[in-house]
Design a protein. Structure first.
Lengths: 112, 111
């Protein structure tokens, strides 16, 4: 039972490069989320989705785009990476009606 | 969602109960109290949640005061593996089920 799987686990980028982080869940959850966590801080919501084909902005959406083409996948894109986007990125999913969120193990992204 | 206040850090002796407080004095009637923890930069792990009644599961107990302005998470017999950052989050169960993480409490369980 995989739960929430994030790919890749680590990545180093140069400023201006682009990349896509993949999140996959096998729990048939409606809701999915992308967070970032900077050192010594709590998680901050970037974007989220309440269903296939829908996305919405969270607390810190600038510089990121997302897509939810399939229910089980939620993609986070950085079109032109900046050093300020160096962080650990967590994906989560949940069912509806107040069910708790389940988190992946994170993607550690460094931008030089 | 209502704001929460937690101590920055706490220590607990191994085998003793760990009692982690959370203040949420502005909580609304439809807001739940959720607890998550994060062990050494892993993804956060759900522990327990409640509305107004005390709750217990295999991991912990949640005690919510009668006025709902504060709560306490209790780990009955703390082990070294319970060392983590514990987040208390107040949230209404609306569309999206979004969570707002604060700084949490860093619990250190000592032998």
């Amino acid at each position: 039972n995989a739960g929430v799987t994030q790919t890749p686990k680590f990545r180093v980028l140069k400023t201006g490069q682009s990349m896509t982080l993949l999140c996959a869940q096998d729990m048939n959850h409606e809701y999915m989320y992308w967070y970032r966590q900077d050192p010594g801080m709590g998680l901050r919501l970037i974007h989220y989705s309440v269903g296939e084909g829908t996305t919405a902005k969270g607390e810190v959406p600038d510089g990121y785009n997302v897509s939810r083409l399939k229910k089980q996948n939620f993609l986070l894109g950085l079109e032109s990476a900046a050093p300020s986007q160096t962080s650990v990125y967590f994906c989560a999913s949940s069912g509806t009606h107040g069910e708790p969120q389940h988190f992946g193990d994170g993607t550690r992204l460094s931008i030089l | 969602d209502a704001k929460t206040t937690q101590p920055t850090s706490m220590d607990c002796a191994e085998g003793r109960a760990a009692n982690l407080p959370c203040n949420h004095s502005t909580i609304s009637g439809n807001e739940y109290v959720y607890w998550y923890r994060q062990i050494h930069s892993q993804g956060p792990q759900y522990i327990i949640h409640g509305l107004k009644n005390n709750e217990t599961n295999e991991m912990a107990s949640l005690i919510i005061t009668e006025d709902r302005k504060s709560s306490t998470l209790i780990l009955p017999h703390a082990t070294l593996r319970d060392t983590a950052v514990y987040y208390c989050i107040v949230r209404a169960n609306n569309a999206g089920n979004m969570l707002t993480f604060g700084g949490g409490t860093r619990l250190m369980v000592k032998p």
